[in-house]
Ligand binder design. Structure first.
Ligand SMILES: [Ca+2]
Ligand SMILES: [Ca+2]
Length: 463
């Protein structure tokens, strides 16, 4: 009898330990894997040509994570230079398209300028295999503010840098062609103005923007952007050279008498879609992979949630020519604010960065993977190469941390941290250690194991 009870308890624990979050589409099952917990407001995440995920933390750091092991290393810290209260910070990032031969990383960040003002700066760094070095300022002194600083970066198909800027809370700047605010800028990678810009003396490529936070190419190399509206009319736009996108005179489509007059006089480009009240549309990522066939050819849009608190990833269906939006499906609505997305070009897995439940952010933020799992074949499930194993998890009395690959994690220390940032336990770990979890309130925690080289994290549930 006692033997049977033991087996039952063991089976129960085992089932809980392997309980996995999945999403079922028509024929694809997506499985969750949290690859980093305790991230400090990630803003940009992107898949690098070095098969690592690169991300910015708003506070002023650039980090690089091996998605197979979850090992995170810091490659640049600008926390002394970056102003990161409210919306400003180290925001956009892009790698050079020919990164292997030209390992340049481009960043946009906000800084204090003079006594009270904020500025925005576009800068390039060189990757030396360990860290980012040799900063070169490409554009300086773009006015910034506590709100609406744009900063999404993308390389154009013809090798130029595209950068969004916000209206910094002063809508009239968006129609002012002498101001770089409220615009989409097109820039040579050395910081000069491309001579084939709409105005060959100006970075401005399109104007009348409020605060564009998403920028990507889609089908037929169409350039799309997403843009925050005020209380209403978040926008999903197609970007065309030299066009006016209406702000602050027009919100969303041209459908009031005043707007129609302005649109007729100024050749305003209307959005493909708008969301009212605003849900705070953010990153755009075109999904063009066979890994998730249900999403192939569709646009993934990270949604922070806005005042109506409807965070999610929206999957937008496009017409075959890409010129109209035909539908929206919503996923991942239980992770809090979702800031940014990237795609694994090998497996088709998606990764997204969360920013917590509250504006402008709350912790601990996570980077979450959902990978497609072919049901009939275990071969397609990526091998879990996590550097630490935490078991049992969920835990009651105790749990143990085991280093699975001690090469990366020698001389490591651990912390058990709750979701409000309080450290409940800490110590050193060499191969394996058991931690008493008695006295820890039931809830969500994460274990952070770090050494001089980097950090790896795992979510821990106390029951
Ligand atoms: Ca508009
Ligand atoms: Ca309107």
């Amino acid at each position: 009898m006692r033997h049977i009870v033991s087996i039952c308890i063991l089976t129960l624990i085992c089932q809980q330990a392997i309980a996995q979050t999945t999403i079922t589409l028509d024929s694809t099952i997506l499985q969750e894997r949290v690859i980093a917990v305790g991230v400090n407001v990630p803003w940009e995440i992107l898949w690098g040509q070095d098969d690592h995920i690169w991300f910015t933390e708003k506070i002023g750091t650039v980090k690089r994570i091996d998605p197979l092991t979850g090992f995170v290393t810091e490659v640049l810290s600008l926390t002394n230079d970056v102003e990161s209260d409210a919306e400003p910070g180290l925001l956009g990032m892009v790698l050079h398209p020919d990164f292997e031969n030209n390992p340049k990383v481009y960043l946009v960040y906000n800084y204090v300028q003079g006594a009270f003002d904020l500025g925005e700066r576009l800068v390039s760094y060189t990757w030396n295999g360990t860290e980012l070095i040799d900063p070169v300022t490409l554009i300086d002194d773009i006015p910034a503010a506590g709100i609406h600083n744009g900063s999404r970066l993308l390389f154009s198909k013809d090798g130029k840098l595209l950068m969004t800027t916000g209206d910094v809370g002063s809508g009239n700047l968006s129609q002012d062609m002498t101001s770089l605010n409220g615009k989409l800028l097109r820039i040579n990678p050395d910081g000069s103005v491309p001579t084939d810009n709409p105005d060959p003396t100006s970075y401005i490529y399109s104007y009348g923007h409020r605060n564009s936070q998403g920028l990507t190419y889609g089908p037929n190399d169409i350039l799309y952007s997403s843009e925050h509206g005020a209380q209403s009319s978040d926008e999903f736009n197609i970007i065309e050279a030299g066009r006016n996108y209406g702000w602050p005179n027009v919100q969303g489509e041209c459908n009031t008498t005043t707007e129609i007059n302005f649109c007729n006089a100024n050749n305003v480009r209307e959005p493909l879609a708008e969301w009212s009240p605003c849900v705070a549309v953010n990153d755009l990522t075109y999904y063009n992979h066979d890994g998730i066939p249900e999403w192939k050819g569709k646009m993934l849009m990270a949604v922070l949630g806005g005042f109506v608190k409807q965070p999610r990833i929206s999957v937008l269906s496009l017409s075959e020519d890409g010129l109209t939006m035909e539908g929206e499906e919503e996923f991942f609505d239980n992770y809090g604010r979702i800031r940014d997305i990237c795609v694994n070009p090998h497996t088709g897995a998606i990764y997204f960065a969360t920013n917590g439940d509250f504006y402008p952010s709350s912790g601990p933020n996570t980077i979450v993977e959902y990978f497609p799992q072919v049901i009939s074949s275990s071969e397609d499930i990526p091998e879990d190469k996590s550097l630490i194993k935490v078991y049992p998890n969920p835990a009651r009395q105790n749990t143990s941390i085991t280093l699975t690959a001690d090469a990366s994690m020698v001389n490591a220390s651990y912390e058990v941290i709750n979701y409000n940032g309080k450290v409940w336990a800490n110590g050193s770990v060499n191969k394996s250690t058991t931690i008493s979890t008695q006295g820890l309130p039931v809830g969500n925690y994460y274990i952070k194991v770090s050494n001089a080289q980097g950090v790896t994290t795992k979510k821990l549930i106390i029951q």
